[in-house]
Design a protein around this ligand. Structure first.
Ligand SMILES: Nc1ncnc2c1ncn2[C@@H]1O[C@H](COP(=O)(O)OP(=O)(O)O)[C@@H](O)[C@H]1O
Ligand SMILES: O=P(O)(O)OC[C@H]1O[C@](O)(COP(=O)(O)O)[C@@H](O)[C@@H]1O
Ligand SMILES: [Mg+2]
Length: 539
């Protein structure tokens, strides 16, 4: 048994005590915990009232627990890790007429979800995450809870559905009636108004795109945010946002733990780009792919109707080309899909321009889908761009669709052999501003419920999401350490290449290129898992 996976067993205080009411793995060695118990903290102001009174953990290392046969649990923090003797209460769901009829409604505390489900006979059991869902015992009483919800980063279909379902879930499942909406992203905690959220206020919001709370980039000032949480007496924080937001949530959680507050921090992953790792896919992604079809159809109709018609469609995807890849695969009208993960070149043999010319000669028209982050290296070379960033530190991209359209026009103008008709369609903001579709709505509901169950059960510092189809509590460090990207040496990209017949633009013998990609093979592109067992899809 390997019990030295990570973390430290060093005891830094003589008043060390290691306990874990949530641990139901008697044969597993916890090796991550270090506790220091400080003196009691005063209990006089709202800020102090929400403070833990005894134990403060100084350990922010991942909570990794090893078990037999290579089993590893990458666990999430729990309020009881740093606040000893927290009382528990029976879960009010057991008396809820809707839920009490469900046979074995409560999740077994020992249930975990495997990160990898394709295994060999001799494979180690591998990494697992704690299974999401309602627990028999909760760490908050209903009338004690004061929850808040914030949305950060770019828009994504489904944001309003998640907000709605957190509010309604807290009300209906746990009898929690105090929920506050923080306006305008992270900076809203200290610089904007708040909105009391009730089921009545949120009743119809899932039918609208955007977020009723507003959102923003930048403005993450940790101490001001945590001061605001403490001053308001908030004890459950639901943070909806992408990779940047989850990084921010992780820092907020660390500060809350440092201050010893009984405040659960739950992250709900939002990204239209599907660039958050570990989870099967992010909400709003299906809607985005569906909406992209409308633009691709329009491009195809335009291209088909004119002699040598070319339709160029730009889709979102700053560093990850999932929307472009899935929209292309779904459409079947696309002749070339360009994504950030797959470098391409324009001129010469095997280049894009040569392919366009060939395709026009063969077929009379063509459709190109390009993700906004594709070819940015080519653009910066030709435009000598400044490396500008948005308020969150994300690279500001040049309009690759416009640039490519111009390059194509220039090429054919110079050659004077073919007169082309090029139409450039940029539907990017239209795609992310729509309400979520039916399947995303159901998905958003499950995410919201899983987040609520986790917070009520005292878990904190986690992102919720499906892993191989089962919702799990994932520690922040796992979702912020890297971005999920399309693996172009995987079968899904091969399917795309075979459906478009486009050149791969890569030298298959280039060790450097394939080497980089192959390392990611087993960890990225988990989207397939959500659509069914990996072994069925990945054939
Ligand atoms: N490394 C970080 N630490 C703390 N906060 C961050 C970090 N990166 C981003 N944020 C904050 O998270 C919020 C959203 O980030 P952004 O990158 O714009 O969108 P997304 O969460 O959708 O990726 C912003 O308010 C930003 O300030
Ligand atoms: O113009 P904005 O609001 O900065 O958004 C543009 C970016 O937002 C996204 O839609 C999503 O990004 P985030 O999920 O990181 O917010 C990207 O695809 C796009 O590059
Ligand atoms: Mg992001």
């Amino acid at each position: 048994m390997d019990s030295t996976i990570s973390g430290s067993a060093t005891i830094t205080s003589p008043s060390f005590r290691c306990f874990d009411p949530t641990n139901s793995f008697p044969d597993i060695v916890p090796n991550h915990k270090r506790y220091i118990f400080s003196n009691s903290l005063p209990n006089s102001t709202p800020r102090e009232n929400s403070k833990a009174t005894m134990g403060i953990s100084i350990n922010s290392e991942p909570k990794v627990v090893a078990g037999p046969a290579g089993y590893v649990l990458e666990d999430v923090p729990h309020l009881s890790d740093y606040i000893p003797d927290l009382p528990t209460h029976p879960n009010p769901l057991q008396d809820n007429p809707s839920y009490s009829v469900v046979k074995q409604y409560f999740v077994n505390v020992g249930d975990t979800v495997a990160e990898k489900i394709v295994v060999h006979r001799s494979s180690p059991r591998g990494t697992h995450f704690r299974r999401a869902g309602p627990r028999q015992k909760v760490y908050f009483e209903s009338d004690e809870v004061y929850a808040c919800i914030v949305t950060c980063g770019g828009l994504c279909p489904g944001l309003n559905t998640v907000i709605r379902e957190i509010v309604c879930g807290l009300y209906d499942m746990y009898g929690v009636h105090r929920v506050l909406g923080i306006e305008g992203g992270y900076r809203g905690f200290y610089a904007r108004n708040t909105i009391p959220l009730t089921p009545k206020v949120v009743n119809n919001i899932h039918k609208r795109g955007g977020t009723i709370l507003g959102t923003s980039r930048g403005g993450h000032e940790t101490s001001k945010i945590v001061d605001s949480i403490q001053d308001r007496g908030i004890n459950q924080v639901y943070i909806i946002g992408g990779d940047g937001t989850q990084k921010g949530a992780s820092v907020i959680f660390e500060e809350i733990r440092r201050r010893g507050l009984k405040v659960a921090v739950a992250g709900i992953p939002k990204t239209i780009d599907n660039d958050i790792p570990v989870i099967d896919k992010s909400f709003g992604f299906d809607t985005a792919v569906e909406e992209a079809q409308r633009a691709i159809n329009a491009a195809h109709v335009e291209a088909e109707s004119f002699e040598n018609g070319i339709g160029v469609v730009k889709l979102m995807g700053r560093y990850s080309g999932f929307i472009a890849m899935y929209a292309t695969l779904a459409s079947r009208d696309v002749d070339c899909c360009l994504i950030p993960e797959s470098p391409f070149y324009l001129e010469g043999r095997g280049g894009l321009l040569e392919y366009i010319e060939k395709r026009l000669k063969e077929n009379g028209h063509m459709v190109i889908v390009i993700a906004e982050g594709a070819g940015q290296d080519l653009l910066s070379e030709s435009m000598r761009s400044l490396h500008r960033q948005d308020a969150s530190g994300n690279k500001l991209l040049q309009d690759v669709g416009l640039w490519l359209s111009q390059k194509i026009k220039d090429y054919f103008a110079k050659r004077q052999k073919l007169t082309i008709n090029l139409k450039y369609i940029d539907p990017t903001y239209m795609i992310r501003a729509v309400p979520s579709n039916a399947s995303d709505n159901v998905y958003c509901t499950l995410l919201a419920h899983s987040a609520i169950h986790g917070a009520m059960a005292g878990y904190t510092g986690f992102t919720i999401g499906p892993v191989n189809g089962r919702h799990a509590y994932i520690p922040f460090n796992r979702v912020i350490e890297r971005q999920n990207k399309v693996v172009i040496t995987d079968r899904m990209w091969a399917r795309l290449l075979s459906s478009t017949n486009q050149p791969s633009f890569v030298d298959p013998n280039s060790k450097h290129f394939l080497g980089d990609q192959k390392e990611e093979d087993t960890t990225s592109q988990s989207l397939e898992a959500h659509n069914g067992p990996k072994e069925n899809n990945n054939v």
